[in-house]
Design a protein around this ligand. Structure first.
Ligand code: ADP
Length: 216
């Protein structure tokens, strides 16, 4: 199963991908997580894009994905979260998968109104150590500003600052949303309402997956 989880920033791609990865026992690849961890390990070249809400250049992102997908860990399937984000990336992905004799089976398009995603992003907090994600309204930590799983301090992602959120939504509309038509034409795209609680979004996504991808 080769799945793409698609949608605007803050719509819940990471949360859904994690639960699907657990259910189907296939790895979840988040380009955003990869870049944030690269920055943490000292790759300062990426800061100018990621922390300002701009796209990392296609050449860099494509290389990361190509190297990942070639590995054995992905041979039985994967869930892509945050990639592709431009038409060039989508075409590159198709080519890489073609070489590996694979293709995308389904693109789940998470849909929510802009007001809802802006609200979600402003309430999002991340553990500065283990990366666990919280929401001050819907998924509060047990102890204020502290991670439930590792006890480290919670912080707001730099790109979740209000001005940067606006920029990310603009970049999504300009560069990423054209992929909706791209995948619609290939009959791979199915909309999933991302407004309900994570568990309900997950159940809906599973329904779509089981209807579209036959079990072996
Ligand atoms: P969100 O989807 O909430 O915006 P992500 O964690 O997926 O957050 O991405 C954070 C940032 O990482 C993006 O704003 C961008 O700078 C960079 N990034 C992630 N994926 C890509 C990609 N496929 N192409 C270019 N840049 C990317």
């Amino acid at each position: 199963m080769q799945l793409v989880i698609f949608g605007p920033p803050g719509v819940g791609k990471g949360t859904l991908s994690d639960s699907l990865a657990e259910k189907y026992k296939i790895p979840h690849i988040s380009t955003g997580d990869i870049f944030r961890s690269e920055i943490k390990s000292g790759n300062s070249e990426l800061i100018q894009y990621v922390e300002k809400g701009l796209l990392v250049p296609d050449m860099i992102v494509n290389k990361v994905i190509e190297n990942a997908l070639k590995q054995d860990a992905y041979k039985n399937g994967f869930i892509l979260d945050g990639y592709p984000r431009t038409t060039e990336q989508a075409e590159f992905l198709e080519n890489v998968l073609w070489k590996l004799k694979k293709k995308i089976n389904l693109v789940l398009n998470l849909v929510a109104p802009e007001e809802a995603i802006v609200e979600r992003l402003s309430a999002r907090r991340n553990c500065s150590k283990c990366g666990a994600v919280y929401n001050l309204v819907t998924m509060k930590p047990k102890k204020k500003d502290t991670c439930d799983s590792c006890g480290s301090a919670l912080a707001q992602r730099k790109d979740d600052a209000p001005e940067t959120v606006k920029k990310r939504i603009h970049v999504y509309q300009q560069e990423t949303s054209p992929l909706i038509d791209y995948y619609k034409k290939k009959k791979l795209l199915v909309d999933v309402d991302a407004l309900p609680k994570p568990k309900e979004v997950f159940n809906e996504a599973v329904k779509v997956i089981e209807a579209r991808i036959p079990k072996k």
